[in-house]
Design a protein around this ligand. Structure first.
Ligand code: G6P
Length: 625
């Protein structure tokens, strides 16, 4: 394939700017707004961000200041003498699209009298922008967000609340936005549609934030906006209207969390928070990437007709958890698309004089986009003239800048060293890629995997809500010197990830094997009480896995089985403990199986009082060889 791929960057019109994990703050009250806005944004810094901005409402217009980079860059340029008592502030963490001054929020209307900030994805922003431009609106950024102030401007003559309701009716997607207008200098309007938004009630003013953390030093009395609701917040009070425009009577809740707990969403560790966030991250990851006809849309790849047909081989390169995602993807790509795939650990690939045949696309997978070995492998593949794509979670990372094309995982910032949501979103992106390749390489009719991918967020959320008690299994694993994980096919790939999670945060020795391989050596280590975690999501492979489990049981091993509800009966007579996951299509079931494996590692590590979020000797981003 000729090197026809353009660098991902501002010159690429096909990219979509998405800011789904941004921090939002707003204030209306008796005090100058700016100190709260800046402090609130600082309190949201832990979420990660790449630009920041504020808007203050003044009678002659809206004062807006914004800056790419750290909050300190904004603090350096913002006019701190502004006395405005109403304002909004924003930290943006771009999951797709460059973190520039222009793309930073707030965005304004043509007259500079309305400003808006937003967290989420406006799915129909292209259509809205085209419509607004046609009627004379002038845009100055490439974001989806900017349609909001222009939609509000279009409703001139009406109250800001009415204009917000109008905008809500026009916007499609998952979002939360705040807006202010110089025409109503005492109010902030807020709309929530699937992205979080909290109102805080204070004695001398009222607050808004995407996250309770920002509010805690000011108030502990909060109201959570529900989907579809709009609120008008002034220093005097708060009026909430529901999707039908009717006033909602909402009582405030008192929040007991400490600030530190709040920064973890009330969870004791970032890892648990990030495990629980996965269904939302999956939904974000899939958003806009599947057409109404069920076809995969990977517009970031900028593909031209015939490009995917010309992909004859795929070389996957990664390290650690991302390597395990690649091992799952290899099976998907080969099975669904019948395209041969090779997977290499980056630290090996770079020194093994790899043979890359014509027609190979190299795909580097890395949550941080900074892993030194992965970057070196990418450089090698590029030098050899091959197209290189990346799957990463961090916009503007070195990897994203170095490769020809990027698919972002959109998991949001992952703070815990132990990767969870970055891993499962890598799986989803790679599954989409496999399906897209299958479409062109195997056009014959087949049962689509897409509806099953789309159902994962709901299934995962339901499972996590009930969060199975792993009870006795946790104690058994926590007391063991060694734990083995077994699985076949896709389940082997997820077992590898499961054992790594346990090792990383509990410091217990763990190993994963293809279930059929155990008898070729490792079975010698199975003696009474040794825990073996068996992942078995495939009905077809179940008889084989059952035989392998019997081999373990015959030596006294203690088996914890992870199976779909539909196959639970198969384990009743065999396993010491069974964790069921929701029944789903076998091709994607291992994504759900990752959840109990993550939680098992987490529960064991907390039982052992380990430093879960910062395990010893490990780093989130490994920028050295
Ligand atoms: C470190 C992290 C792992 C990660 C690996 C590869 O070891 O602790 O969670 O899997 O690096 O990192 P990458 O950012 O390239 O995915």
């Amino acid at each position: 394939m000729p090197p026809q791929y353009r660098q991902a960057g501002p010159d690429n019109p096909s990219r979509k700017v998405i800011t789904h994990v941004c921090g939002i703050v707003g204030y209306a009250g008796a005090h100058p707004a700016l100190p709260f806005l800046l402090e609130g944004l600082e309190r949201l810094e832990y979420r990660g961000y790449d630009s920041a901005g504020v808007a203050l409402v003044e009678s002659e217009g809206v004062y807006v200041e914004k800056a790419a980079g750290r909050l300190s860059s904004l603090v350096a340029v913002v006019d701190k003498s502004r006395p405005a008592h109403v304002g909004i502030g924003h930290t943006r963490w771009a999951t797709h699209g460059p973190p520039t001054d222009d793309n930073a929020h707030p965005h304004t209307d043509c007259a500079g009298r309305v400003a808006a900030i937003h967290n989420g994805i406006i799915e129909n922003y292209r259509e809205l922008r085209a419509e607004l431009e046609k009627s004379g609106h002038v845009f100055s950024s490439e974001t989806d967000t900017e349609v909001i102030p222009h939609l509000l401007e279009a409703g001139e003559g009406h109250s800001l609340g009415e204009r917000a309701l109008y905008a809500r009716g026009r916007l499609e997607g998952a979002y939360a936005f705040l807006a202010v207008s110089a025409d109503e200098p005492d109010a902030v309007v807020a709309v929530r549609q699937a992205s979080p938004l909290v109102l805080g009630l204070g004695d001398t003013g009222n607050y808004l934030a995407s996250d309770i953390t920002a509010l805690l030093p000011y108030t502990r009395e909060v109201m959570i906006l529900d989907n579809g609701e709009m609120a008008v917040v002034t220093g005097r009070g708060v009026e909430i209207r529901d999707a039908a425009g009717l006033v909602v009577d909402r009582t405030a809740s008192h929040i007991e969390w400490t600030t530190e707990e709040a920064s973890r969403g009330g969870y004791p560790h970032f890892m648990l928070k990030e495990i629980m966030e996965q269904p939302d991250a999956w939904a974000d990851c899939l958003r806009g990437r599947i057409g109404a006809d069920g076809a995969v849309i990977l517009e970031e790849l900028g593909l031209r007709p015939g490009d995917l047909e010309r992909v004859l081989r795929v070389q996957l390169i990664a390290a650690g958890t991302a390597y395990h995602a690649c091992l799952m993807a290899q099976r998907w790509l080969e099975e669904w698309a019948r395209v041969p795939v090779r997977v290499d650990v980056a630290s090996e690939f770079r020194y093994q004089h790899p043979i890359l045949s014509p027609g190979t696309v190299v795909v580097a997978v890395s949550q941080s986009g900074e892993t030194a070995d992965t970057l070196a492998s990418v450089a090698l593949a590029k030098d050899a003239g091959f197209p290189v794509w990346a799957v990463t979670n961090v916009v503007g990372s070195t990897l994203a800048r170095e490769v020809h094309r990027v698919l972002y995982t959109r998991a949001g910032p992952e703070v815990s060293v132990c990767s969870t949501k970055a891993y499962t979103t890598q799986l989803l992106v790679l599954a989409l890629l496999a399906d897209a390749l299958a479409d062109v390489h195997r056009p014959e009719p087949r049962s689509s995997v897409i509806p099953h991918l789309q159902s994962l967020p709901a299934l995962g959320a339901a499972w996590l809500r009930e969060r199975r008690d792993l009870g006795a299994s946790v104690a058994r694993v926590a007391a063991a010197p060694s734990v083995f994980y077994i699985g076949r096919g896709l389940d082997y790939a997820v077992a590898l990830e499961g054992q790594l999670k346990l090792k990383e945060i509990s410091y217990i020795h763990a190993e994963a094997y293809p279930a059929g391989e155990l008898k070729h050596g490792t079975l010698a280590l199975i003696e009474p009480g040794v825990p073996v975690v068996a992942v078995a999501t495939s009905a077809a492979l179940m008889p084989k896995v059952r035989s392998n489990i019997m081999e373990v049981r015959a030596r006294g091993g203690s088996v914890l089985a992870v199976v779909p509800e539909s196959l639970a009966d198969e384990m009743q007579d065999l396993a010491d403990a069974i964790i069921t996951i929701p029944a789903t299509d076998e091709r994607v079931a291992p994504v759900l199986a990752a959840l109990p494996l993550q939680l098992l590692a987490y529960d064991v590590a907390t039982a052992l009082d380990r430093d879960v979020d910062k395990p010893r000797n490990l780093a989130k981003s490994v920028t050295v060889e």
